[in-house]
Design a protein around this ligand. Structure first.
Ligand code: SAM
Length: 289
């Protein structure tokens, strides 16, 4: 197997194919072999697993996934990488590469078509410029058992943040609604070529089979969450009144009290169950209840 993390091997290989890193495509490739190995090991991939990898690059994580998984489907937008990936991953019969923009794919359909009989998971060193839309698509597709991703450390902290902490926001609630996140380990910038300006971290999001909250209208729930974080460090009633003009300030205060909260409560202290109570109260009011 070609050691793609060895710069002495990788640099001439890239040069030979006239490849230049694209900043616009978020191309920071792993050059520390322990990183792709640890990601693959800790992602829980085994012979019964179908793995969607996003952005194989020149294949360091792809190789490690192919060694462990039943099948790997890797989606890469940059076709210039085709001849290089052929050299680094051509030996794996359980690998299929799709040359496409992952954001244009119907992920649930891809999983149905490619991973029949396998446990579907996603695993990737994400292109950081589209971390949020990719994670959103992976979770909203509701077809993966687990999503293991390398992201900027500050994004990982937001994904896993608890109510009341500075990192907690609408994206934390979104991720924790769909999954139980765990931050696995940090990855310093010197593990990449070229080096990014930030530290990275690997997060595993174990997708919830069942959600322990009663949420009458999920769309309304997320609207409430966004409104609640839109005015940080202000009272929740201000954010709700701005996000739900029909309620107005008085209506917002009534909803907050009827849902069982102090009228001066701040949105960033509420957990998912508490946002659910608020959203259900607004839904009930909308129904004229
Ligand atoms: N997996 C490799 C590694 O760990 O060294 C490369 C990771 S690099 C951070 C991100 C990869 O995602 C690049 O190969 C880039 O070309 C690819 N990429 C960027 N945008 C993409 C998109 N919209 N769809 C699929 N792949 C994309």
């Amino acid at each position: 197997m070609v050691n793609v993390c060895d710069v002495q091997i990788m640099k001439p290989l890239l040069q030979e194919h006239g490849f230049h890193f694209s900043k616009a495509k978020g191309q920071n490739f792993l050059i520390a072999p322990w990183v792709p190995r640890s990601i693959a090991e800790q992602s829980g991939v085994d012979g019964q697993t179908g793995v969607l990898e996003i952005g194989p690059g020149i294949g360091p994580l792809t190789q490690q996934l192919c060694l462990r998984a039943g099948k790997v489907c890797a989606v890469e937008v940059d076709r210039r990488l085709e001849p290089i990936l052929k050299i680094t991953t051509g030996e794996f019969s359980n690998l299929e590469i799709l040359w496409d923009d992952v954001l244009k794919l119907d992920l649930a359909r891809l999983v149905r078509e490619k991973f029949q009989g396998l446990r579907p998971v996603a695993c990737a060193n994400l292109p950081y410029y589209i971390t949020t839309p990719i994670l959103t698509a992976l979770l909203e597709a509701e077809c993966f058992d687990c999503v293991t991703v390398m992201v900027q450390k500050e994004v990982a902290q937001r994904i896993g943040a608890a109510p009341g902490s500075g990192d907690y926001g609408a994206f934390s609630v979104f991720c924790q609604y769909y999954a139980q996140p765990e931050i696995l380990f940090d990855v310093p910038a010197h593990c990449f070529m070229p080096q990014p300006k930030v530290t990275s971290a690997v997060a595993a999001l174990r997708v919830r089979r069942e959600r322990p909250w009663k949420i009458d209208e999920p769309e309304l729930f997320f609207r409430v969450v966004r409104a609640s974080f839109a005015m940080r460090r202000k009272k929740l009633s201000n954010g709700l009144a701005a996000g739900f003009p029909d309620l107005g300030k008085t209506g917002a205060e009534e909803v907050i009290v009827r849902a069982g909260f102090d009228p001066n409560v701040r949105g960033e202290t509420l957990g998912i169950g508490e946002f659910a109570r608020l959203a259900n109260e607004i839904a009930r009011r909308g129904r004229g209840g």
